[in-house]
Design a protein. Structure first.
Length: 436
């Protein structure tokens, strides 16, 4: 399990550029590289996979118990090197401990034994950057630490001064990236655009790899890698049905990779289909699952997808349908886009949502099911994460769960159910081990 974790003092410092470039460069050098994402992110893993050719998995100390963390880490079997990408800043997490921690990238690095490569935006400072880096190095004394990569360096003089500060602080400099404005990945309100939407992702990743080769000591990063032996692994999440029709396209793509891996490993058959292509779910499926994504960007096409909607309704007459976030909204009566236009959705639930009245919803969720959902009995305790900008205008159906945030505060977005149809605004990450 030798590897490193790429982190930073905050978001927006360039760690994704470093992550994708490092994954591709190491892969080009003949290594089988396993990527991970620390924290609840369902966009970055698709970029990781494009960069290294292997599925990337989330490691989340708030939402995952020790057994699940080890099971997911075990997906690195057969890889030569692990590279994990942190979320936000290195020590950013929540205030209340979860199943095995507070959800910080530092906890992931310490648990796995992966030294931290700290990416520092040194724009507007020089020697002072070393004080920041030293603070991050010292804040958790038992945290393995590889060194720093200096980003957005303006000139050779700027590099000399910044290196002098790092030398005084005793911090290895693993790379120096000159300031460039053409390396930023396109973004929208949830962060990066999806990998499937990037107009030329392969060229972008190849460019990041070349950039890192020119300015980062890859040999030093490989030499700095280390890791702990895996603790005893538990099971990956069990499938909610044997044959699962899974919506997969630009409107429905936010499913955590460890869930799909667990479903497949247990023998479930996943049958993808595209609502945007007006495909109906497999009529032989036991369950239809609509993940989150960006249905608000495609609401007109989804409203006009008559075969998709008819197939969904036919399935729901006798078998379960479940939606998460965007998928949940599509199961409702209507979706109002940011221009105020209402689009009729599947009508399997009474939910009406709006992007005209934007409201930010972000955070971990702990849910106790009031009613069953596919594969899970009432009373089951789930962990997940919510991130969207939609507002509920109508939700007439019974609540699916009692939902709380990471600190135990009640959350109004309870999900809902009607007959065999259910949905949640949170994206499922795990079931509390031993809880049902």
């Amino acid at each position: 399990m030798r590897g490193v974790l790429i982190s930073a003092p905050s978001s927006g410092t360039g760690k994704t550029t470093v992550m994708l470039g490092l994954l591709r460069a190491l892969s080009e050098d003949g290594l089988a590289v396993q990527a991970f994402k620390s924290g609840p992110d369902y966009i970055d893993p698709a970029f990781h996979r494009a960069a290294c050719g292997r599925p990337s998995f989330n490691l989340d100390s708030w939402a995952m118990g020790e057994g699940l963390l080890s099971a997911i880490a075990g997906q690195a079997a057969g890889a030569d090197f692990c590279v994990a990408e942190g979320s936000m800043g290195l020590y950013d997490g929540v205030a209340t401990r979860g199943l095995s921690g507070f959800g910080t990238s530092a906890e992931t690095a310490r648990r796995m034994g992966w030294p931290v490569v700290l990416v520092l935006d040194v724009g507007g400072q020089a020697q002072s950057a070393a004080a920041t880096a030293l603070g991050f190095r010292s804040y958790m004394p038992d945290l393995p630490f590889a060194g720093v990569i200096l980003n957005r360096v303006a000139s050779p003089r700027h590099e000399r001064l910044t290196r002098a500060g790092m030398e005084r602080a005793g911090l290895p400099v693993l790379g120096v990236l000159p300031r460039r404005g053409d390396l930023t990945l396109p973004e929208r309100h949830l962060g990066l655009i999806q990998a499937v939407e990037h107009p030329d992702l392969e060229a972008a990743i190849a460019g990041y790899a070349a950039f890192l080769r020119a300015h980062v000591d890859l040999a030093a990063i490989r030499a700095a890698a280390s890791g702990h032996r895996l603790r005893e692994a538990g099971p990956l999440p069990a499938p909610p049905a044997q044959r699962i029709a899974l919506a997969q396209d630009a409107a429905f793509s936010f499913t955590y990779p460890h869930l799909l891996e667990g479903w497949r490993a247990a023998g479930a058959e996943i049958v993808p289909f595209s609502p945007l292509a007006d495909e109906a779910p497999d009529p032989g499926a036991d369950l239809v699952w609509l993940p989150g994504g960006y249905p608000e960007l495609h609401a007109g096409r989804l409203a006009a997808a008559t075969r998709f909607r008819a197939g969904l309704r036919a399935h729901a007459e006798t078998r379960p349908v479940h939606g998460e976030c965007g998928g949940y909204m599509v199961l409702g009566q209507g979706l109002i886009d940011k221009e105020g236009t209402r689009h009729e959705m599947a009508g399997l639930l009474g939910l009406v949502t709006s992007y005209e009245r934007r409201k930010f919803h972000l955070g971990y969720r702990r849910a106790v099911l009031r009613a069953p959902m596919p594969g899970l009995a009432a009373g089951t305790i789930l962990r997940g994460h919510e991130f969207h900008y939609s507002t509920i205008l109508e939700q007439p159906d019974p609540a699916l769960a009692e939902v709380a945030d990471a600190d135990g505060g009640p959350v109004a977005e309870t999900g809902s159910h009607r007959g065999p149809v259910s949905g949640t605004f949170f994206h499922l990450i795990s079931q509390e081990e031993g809880a049902s």
